[in-house]
Write a protein that binds this ligand. Structure first.
Ligand code: ADP
Length: 397
């Protein structure tokens, strides 16, 4: 009898999932899918595709609050129908924040969920959505083992200095430190980059994860030594709607002069800044590319996006003491050749020499000649969670 491992990746209004055969080393999922429109009262949408990309399920319904729980009920019913006769071995969850203590994936029990609640204050826009499906599954699927995989855990290898802010020691001891995020993506890239070039696995590499959220990570020998995201997923690079690094005095200005409440200021920095804020048009790179010729603010937003990447990669290269490889990944990194070209141009001083044809073709190698190399490598965070599940719970149903 087939045993299934389900991997869940819950956002504020969406829920992504992949289903794997728990009996084999995770590779192509049996199916993957997405629920959207879960936050409001509008139409929610579910679509599932099989391993070859064929649509194998689709539903629409009127969401009336409780969107994620309803999505999970529908998912379980749909899976029971599609994989009749299969058993459920486990459910794995991407969880943004594991705090200072979780250095790797864990088997979940109610005590672990209580521990993870403590980090809601550190990731208020992500953590509650990540924890909800865990609580739901603990109740709805008693006896089914659950695994939590953290975006922060991969960075716990960083030297102490890379994790410290220059603040009073008592605050550091309270947990105000640099955690770093997108760790599941970096763990995936670190696990496959040696297949592209063995030198990357041993060398000094910066990975730029450029999706809606964006960050970059310095790897030495495949191990995280520094990253652009810090205490929260707000720090570092400019993102779709998040500001990235900001003088902290801007927050005092927002509170005192603009009379924003802390909640309103937080919301603005998470959801009204970045590409959206600077362009005034969109957080979506595809839309900005379509408009850049006629819209100076779209052009400036993209130029600032590239400038921030160039500066941060330079900083990470300094932390590494040099650069052997640069890897682009996630939605923009994998698909937007113009962003990659502009970043390589800005980093030519490090010896990166773009190969325009290879870049336009999407790589994988997009530089030529001697010196450091640059690559496009698609990420796969869900696969990393599936690997964690197999390591922690094996294939027992
Ligand atoms: P998330 O962080 O939500 O997983 P993704 O990794 O899917 O985000 O990245 C979303 C970003 O990728 C959006 O800005 C989107 O415009 C951009 N993107 C996706 N496909 C393309 C493309 N073909 N060309 C340019 N940008 C793209």
């Amino acid at each position: 009898m087939t045993a299934l491992n389900i991997v869940l990746n819950a956002g504020s209004s969406s829920l992504k999932f992949q289903v794997f055969d728990a009996g084999v080393e995770p590779g192509t999922p049996l199916c993957r899918g997405l629920f959207e429109g879960l936050a409001g009262d509008g139409t929610a949408h579910f679509v599932a595709r099989d391993g070859r990309g064929e649509t194998v399920g689709e539903e629409r319904w009127q969401a009336a609050g409780g969107g994620h729980d309803e999505a999970l009920r529908r998912l379980i019913a749909w899976l029971r129908d599609r994989f009749a006769g299969a058993s459920l071995a486990g459910v794995g969850h991407r969880v943004v924040h594991g705090g200072p203590d979780f250095e790797g994936p864990v088997l979940v029990d109610p005590g672990v969920v209580d521990d993870l609640e403590r980090f809601v204050a550190l990731a208020p826009l992500h953590q509650p959505h990540n924890l909800r499906p865990i609580r739901f599954a603990l109740e709805a699927l008693p006896g089914v083992r659950q695994v939590a995989s953290f975006d922060t855990a991969f960075h716990r290898t960083q030297p102490e200095l890379a994790q410290l802010f220059a603040i009073p020691r008592a605050m550091t001891e309270q947990g105000v430190r640099r955690y770093g995020f997108h760790g599941l993506s970096y763990e995936y890239i670190a696990s496959v980059m040696g297949e592209y070039d063995p030198a990357l696995a041993k060398g000094r590499v910066v990975v730029a994860h450029l999706g809606n959220g964006a960050s970059a990570c310095a790897l030495r020998g495949g191990v995280s030594v520094a990253s652009t995201m810090g205490f929260s997923a707000l720090d570092g690079l400019m993102m779709g709607t998040r500001c990235g690094s900001l003088d902290p005095a801007v927050v005092f200005y927002m509170l005192r002069e603009m009379k924003l409440t802390p909640d309103a200021a937080e919301k603005m920095l998470y959801s009204q800044c970045g590409l959206l804020g600077v362009s005034g048009l969109s957080n979506d790179m595809r839309t900005l590319r379509a408009k850049e010729a006629g819209e100076p603010h779209a052009r400036e937003a993209i130029a600032l996006y590239v400038y921030r990447i160039v500066r941060e990669v330079g900083s990470l290269a300094a932390a590494l003491g040099g650069l052997d490889g640069l890897i682009f990944t996630a939605g923009i990194g994998e698909n937007d050749a113009a962003t990659r070209a502009a970043v390589l141009d800005g980093l030519a001083f490090l010896g990166l020499r773009a190969d325009p044809d290879a870049n336009a073709a999407g790589g994988p190698r997009i530089t030529g000649g001697p010196g450091p190399s640059a690559w496009v490598i698609p990420t796969n965070e869900e696969l990393v969670v599936a690997r964690h599940m197999r390591a922690l719970i094996g294939n027992a149903a």
